[in-house]
Design a protein around this ligand. Structure first.
Ligand code: ADP
Length: 397
């Protein structure tokens, strides 16, 4: 079954056309600068890369353009859009309603709309993607896969904030966690490798946005992101954990509104804020190697924060069978992986430093033979999870 997987952002749109049974990616791409000017980067296989710079005023034109490129004489990978049998959408916030992927209907869209206050930047674009697909391909079923769903197995003691309980019942104030599709995929791959019942796994998803997740027996029991994707690790431009007292203090000192302080913590902080160089870790590592003091501190802070979560989750689970590194930083930066694992021998975490330095694609193990804990590098694949869920929910229709 050919599934069109869509990840609609506020001014961008990522997509893949996947054969859900064979996992083959027929084409993939990214539309950026929707509503500004417009650029489509489209890929077929390893070698064929196409770029189209055309006016893309809205998400509707963006999806129409992608469908045109997929079927056009010159560029086609399918003869007609009729070959698309189902569409899978990444949705950021599913609140407490959605514990797994679901077929999209009016009621589901209404619930995702209800959750907009919890994800004001993301859910509106996700809904738009679903509405446009239903309009352009009315006979094709749509499925929503939620970033929050995998974490719905967390229990109250791990998802509540220590504030008056009534604010949970009245305002849904709690930790939800994000990157769930990635944490699910990576921990599931790790479970297969461990081939062990009662597994204790910690997944470090380290990209522009980053989170750690403790996965016990295949279920998320705790994760570092919270009500919003701002909590937890230090990220490209996000502060992660911070004393809540910082917020009124800075609002008063700098005369900031609530939107401005959110912008400060989400877009001006993290690696960018500390280093003053970039949110792109590659540039910050380079600056640190060239002697830049603040870049060096940013890297130390990033790794210390990951290490703090790693140790606390190992404590929460009473041990850890495998640590998994994934996403842009986790898959590519031997430096960050090494620093995170450094000094954890006392917990049975012993990295093979030489093995960790070797660049290879695919799944790898980089622990020493004597290490009690496995250290895996597992490339994430959220699109494949969405395609498979979409297939499973629509194949009988
Ligand atoms: P997103 O969260 O946007 O999906 P990615 O998972 O693609 O992000 O991760 C992007 C991050 O990965 C950037 O900070 C980038 O600098 C970092 N990155 C990619 N390759 C390397 C590398 N070789 N060394 C260090 N950081 C890297």
């Amino acid at each position: 079954m050919l599934v069109f997987v869509l990840n609609a952002g506020s001014s961008s749109l990522k997509y893949q056309l996947i054969n859900a049974q064979t996992s083959e990616v027929k084409a993939s791409g990214l539309v950026e600068r929707i509503g500004i000017d417009g650029i489509l980067k489209h890929e077929v296989g390893e070698n064929k890369k196409l770029t189209f710079e055309v006016s893309i005023p809205t998400h509707k034109e963006a999806i129409e353009l992608v469908l045109k490129v997929l079927t056009d004489k010159e560029t086609k990978v399918i003869d007609s859009i009729e070959e698309i049998e189902a569409i899978g959408h990444r949705v950021v916030h599913g609140g407490e309603y959605f514990k797994k992927s679901t077929l999209v209907n009016d009621e589901v869209i209404a619930k995702i709309e209800e959750l907009i206050p919890l994800a004001p930047l993301h859910n509106p674009a996700n809904i738009l993607g679903m509405k446009i697909c239903r309009e352009l391909m009315p006979n094709v079923p749509n499925v929503a896969t939620f970033d929050t769903a995998f974490h719905q197995t967390m229990t109250e003691e791990n998802f509540l904030y220590a504030v008056p309980y009534s604010d949970y019942t009245e305002y849904h104030l709690r930790k939800y966690g994000f990157h769930g599709t990635s944490h699910y995929y990576v921990s599931n791959e790790a479970v297969k490798l461990l081939n062990k019942k009662d597994s204790k796994i910690i997944v470090c998803h380290l990209g522009n946005g980053s989170s750690v997740c403790a996965v016990r027996d295949g279920k998320s029991i705790s994760t570092s992101m919270g009500l919003t994707p701002l909590e937890g690790l230090i990220m490209g431009t996000r502060s992660g954990d911070i004393d809540a007292g910082v917020i009124p203090y800075l609002m008063e000192k700098k005369g900031l509104t609530s939107n401005q302080i959110l912008d400060y913590l989400n877009k001006k902080s993290g690696i960018l804020g500390i280093s003053g160089i970039s949110s792109d870790l590659r540039e910050v590592i380079k600056a640190s190697n060239d002697g830049d003091r603040r870049s060096k501190i940013a890297i130390e802070m990033l790794c210390n924060r990951i290490k703090k979560y790693l140790c606390s989750y190992a404590g929460l689970m009473g041990g850890v069978d495998a640590i998994c590194f994934t996403a842009g930083i986790g898959e590519n930066s031997d430096l960050i992986r090494e620093k995170v694992c450094n000094g954890l021998d006392f917990m049975g975490i012993e990295m093979n430093i030489e093995e960790n330095k070797i660049r290879k694609s695919g799944i790898r193990e980089v622990q020493k033979d004597t290490s009690k804990t496995k250290i895996f590098i597992i490339p994430t694949n959220e699109e494949l999870v969405i395609a498979k869920d979409t297939y499973n929910l629509t194949k009988s229709n």
